[in-house]
Design a protein around this ligand. Structure first.
Ligand SMILES: [Zn+2]
Ligand SMILES: [Zn+2]
Length: 828
């Protein structure tokens, strides 16, 4: 029988979709849907499209309509990759907001938001997941061909695979191989975060019976005295602490590992391998049945009350005040309400302690997301948030991009941290500020936490825009460390300095080491000596790509550029005048480590900075060594200020506070205070008073006095008066434009021209163009224009529309060819 039925409406309807491509293009692009795919079209699904001459990209459907574009003929989309959307409506609104706010393209936001495996393009490189076991017989011919090829060569691009199979798009096949975990995206970062495991010992419950214990002990004493010692040591230790690790027990009992092993074999001891935190102290505090102190309870109550009528609350709590427990109570409540929680932390804090603790506490409903994860792991987290399996995400700044359905609470811990701000590439967003908008989209509450809040947040709390809760007592009554300021000038005069170390610091280091305690020394520069200078002609080696002097690194014997990575052999004679009198000026962590090892030959000294933590697992290894007390003194850059919490660190030395405070930036004092307060907070834990030694040429410096007095409020008030006078945030909003060009003449000319154009609209709110601190990086010359807008009276949204327009005009003028303009909104 013939079928006269009309085809279904949606089968003959012509559909067009606007898609977001992961590229820096100003507009979404429109494609046509082939009829047979009409049924599958939905916003938020991924499609494969051709863009440009021949390249294929994965794009996201942003809208669906019937209108063909009028300026160009729409190409057909090639395929739809998903059965259900991988990006939801709220995310699309979030992307749009980020692009508008931070003056970039939605495609750039998409690029930052999606893990690489979710946005395959022709040039994406794939590799085999080595060591992964799978059933080869279950593969189809095409899959087999791909894997076979990857066996022969280390990596293939997506377009290589297309050629191999002789078909246009292979993304659906690759997508399946990814999902089966057989292939990976080829990445340079291979540093995988591994949770730290340790064996803990508990006593077989049988021996809680005193009779049984007595009997056991009698036998051991006769037959195996070393095992008897181990049991005694265990009982002794268990009175002081809840968790006893195997190495601790071995150390306490003086017993060899064999005795402990024998007791485990006899089932007297039970060994239990667990993931542990870096922070054993707080782990005790995070007992599942922990109770909040009165102060914590008061803070929690205050937060909840303020959430009733405010969306954002700032929790100002000193270091070690037990903010985490307050967070946990809030998280529990939010989960009980059936909603999701995002807990943001600076990257470095994530890799250290808190992850394992919360996982222990919240089990499988918690996902962790940070840059040390490889792409497959990131995709896995993405999927589990999407399908609701993860209800809490603990993550670094990029976790604001995860596909949450219903966020109830966002916590931004250490909200003042500059690492929440992404500088390069666009979007140059601040995850703290973005999460306030994200909270808005989800009707979620946002809690910002810090011991030293950013002035922006504190100002918002003072002006009642945010709520404010306070926690000014260290948890468990731990005292704040004693701070002693040492005048380098005075000690130099008295000839009591030993290289860079004052007599006070040397004495305190000696005292700590005598008590088998640990020391952290902080120096804000890495490398050996920042400047090599010829004593005869003042020549100093400079980078060939950037306008910076090269830093001497003793370990490599080379001079390095810290901006572009360029390095060359360190000169032994002056290349300019031939003189052999080259002098090293200034000093970095490498030199501090070096000189200290001469002064204290018996101390075990290690260094933590970008150079020593680059290799795989190095960061973790240093942490392990501190915890296991294989290190007496750790020398480091600001890495040591963040997230390092070890109970035996009692002395902190700031080798030179001046470099922190005399930085030409309006935030220098705020940052100096934050850093000094954070570093100091590392000293002294349970039962031990810490000591901080600050070395400086300017012992009377106001910020140092404020750090000693722990007087954040005084700092805030003095600085805010200056900010107001000099038109800085939080009273003014800043948008910085970096203009770059390889030709300096062209750059200078065009930067002037742009400033003139901007002044037509914004008058004296335009400052510059000026030379930035470093005016050439990677062979691009740079000029900066700063725009300052009154916060209360000017609509920043309107400003941005005008600004976008001026920039577009600028980019289209002929002379601007080759000019790059990078807007940075709320720069840090
Ligand atoms: Zn010279
Ligand atoms: Zn360079």
């Amino acid at each position: 029988m013939l079928d006269f039925a009309e085809p279904k409406d949606n089968q003959r309807e012509t559909l067009f979709v606007e898609v977001i491509l992961p590229l820096a293009i100003a507009k979404n692009y429109t494609y046509r849907i082939p009829y047979d795919l009409n049924d599958q079209v939905a916003i938020g699904k991924r499609v494969v499209v051709q863009f440009g001459k021949s390249k294929l990209y994965t794009a996201i459907i942003a809208s669906i309509g019937n209108q063909a574009p009028d300026k160009y003929e729409a190409k057909y989309i090639i395929d739809i990759l998903d059965d259900r959307p991988v990006v939801n409506d709220r995310q699309l609104s979030f992307w749009k907001w980020l692009a508008d706010y931070y003056l970039c393209n939605v495609g750039e936001v998409m690029n930052a938001a999606l893990p690489a495996a979710l946005k395959l393009a022709s040039e994406t490189r794939i590799i085999l997941n080595k060591g992964f076991e799978y059933d080869k017989s279950a593969l189809n011919d095409k899959e087999f061909l791909i894997i076979d090829a990857l066996d022969m060569q280390p990596e293939l691009t997506v377009s290589d695979v297309a050629k191999l199979l002789g078909q246009k798009t292979v993304m659906p096949i690759l997508k399946l191989l990814f999902e089966k975990n057989i292939i990976h995206i080829s990445e340079e970062v291979s540093d995988r975060y591994k949770p730290r495991k340790r064996t803990f010992i508990t006593l077989n419950p049988v021996y809680q019976d005193p009779e049984q214990m007595k009997e056991l002990f009698a036998i051991l004493e006769r037959k195996a005295p070393k095992q008897a010692d181990a049991v005694l040591a265990f009982i002794h230790l268990s009175r002081q602490q809840k968790l006893i690790s195997k190495p601790e027990l071995a150390e306490a009992s003086g017993a060899n590992a064999a005795a402990i092993k024998a007791l485990i074999d006899k089932e007297v001891f039970i060994a239990d391998e667990r993931t542990v935190s870096r922070l054993l102290d707080t782990e005790d505090e995070l007992d599942e049945n922990f109770t909040l102190s009165d102060k914590q309870t008061a803070a929690l109550t205050s937060i909840k009350e303020q959430f009733a009528h405010k969306d954002v609350v700032l929790l100002h709590g000193v270091t070690s005040s037990g903010k985490t427990q307050v967070y946990i109570r809030l998280i529990e409540q939010m989960l009980a309400n059936g909603r999701q929680v995002l807990y943001l932390l600076p990257e470095i804090a994530l890799t250290t302690h808190i992850t394992d603790r919360l996982r222990h506490y919240f089990g499988n409903s918690i996902g962790v997301y940070h840059s040390r994860f490889n792409d497959n792991e990131r995709v896995e987290v993405w999927q589990k948030v999407l399908n609701g399996e993860y209800r809490i995400v603990l993550g670094a700044r990029s976790s604001v991009f995860l596909p949450f359905q219903d966020l109830g609470l966002i916590i931004v811990d250490e909200e003042h941290e500059s690492s929440y701000k992404q500088y390069d590439p666009a979007p140059r967003y601040n995850a703290r500020d973005a999460s306030i908008f994200l909270g808005n989209l989800h009707k979620a509450k946002v809690l910002l936490g810090s011991a030293t809040p950013s002035f922006e947040s504190y100002y918002n709390a003072q002006t009642d825009k945010y709520g404010l809760a306070e926690l000014h007592e260290r948890f468990g009554g731990v005292k704040l460390p004693e701070i002693e300021v040492v005048s380098i000038a005075l000690e130099t005069k008295q000839k009591t300095m030993q290289s860079h170390f004052s007599s006070v610091l040397m004495r305190d280091i000696g005292l700590a080491l005598g008590k088998k305690e640990q020391v952290i020394l902080f120096q804000n520069r890495r490398g050996y000596a920042p400047v090599i200078i010829c004593k005869t002609c003042a020549y100093t080696p400079k980078c060939i790509n950037c306008d910076v002097t090269l830093t001497y690194h003793k370990s490599s014997g080379k001079v390095h550029c810290h901006y572009c990575g360029y390095r060359e052999d360190s000169p032994t004679i002056c290349p300019a005048c031939g003189s052999a009198h080259l002098e090293h000026k200034g000093f970095g962590t490498e030199k501090v480590e070096d000189e200290l090892s001469i002064l204290l030959p018996d101390a075990r000294i290690a260094r933590m900075d970008l150079d020593t933590t680059r290799s795989k697992m190095a960061f973790q290894n240093i942490l392990n060594d501190i915890e296991e007390k294989k290190i007496d003194i750790l020398v480091g850059t600001q890495m040591v200020a963040k997230g390092l919490d070890f109970p035996d660190i009692t002395v902190i030395g700031i080798i030179s506070a001046d470099s922190l405070l005399k930085y030409p930036d309006y935030r220098a004092n705020e940052r100096g205070f934050q850093l000094l307060a954070q570093v100091s907070g590392r000293a002294g834990r349970r039962g031990k008073q810490g000591k901080v030694v600050i070395q400086t040429y300017d012992p009377g410096h106001r910020v140092i006095r404020q750090v000693i007095a722990n007087d954040y409020l005084d700092l805030y008030q003095t600085e805010m008066a200056e900010r107001k006078g000099f038109k800085y945030p939080p009273f003014y909003r800043i948008i910085q434009l970096d203009i770059k060009h390889k030709d300096p003449e062209r750059l200078y000319h065009q930067a002037e021209y742009l400033a003139v154009e901007l002044r037509k609209h914004f008058a004296d709110r335009v400052i510059g163009p000026e030379f930035p601190l470093i005016n050439r990086i990677r062979n691009y010359y740079i000029k900066s224009i700063m725009l300052k807008f009154e916060k209360d009276t000017i609509s920043i949204a309107k400003v941005k529309v005008i600004l976008q327009d001026v920039l577009l005009q600028f980019q289209t003028t002929k002379l601007s060819k080759g000019c790059i303009v990078q807007p940075d909104v709320d720069p840090y």
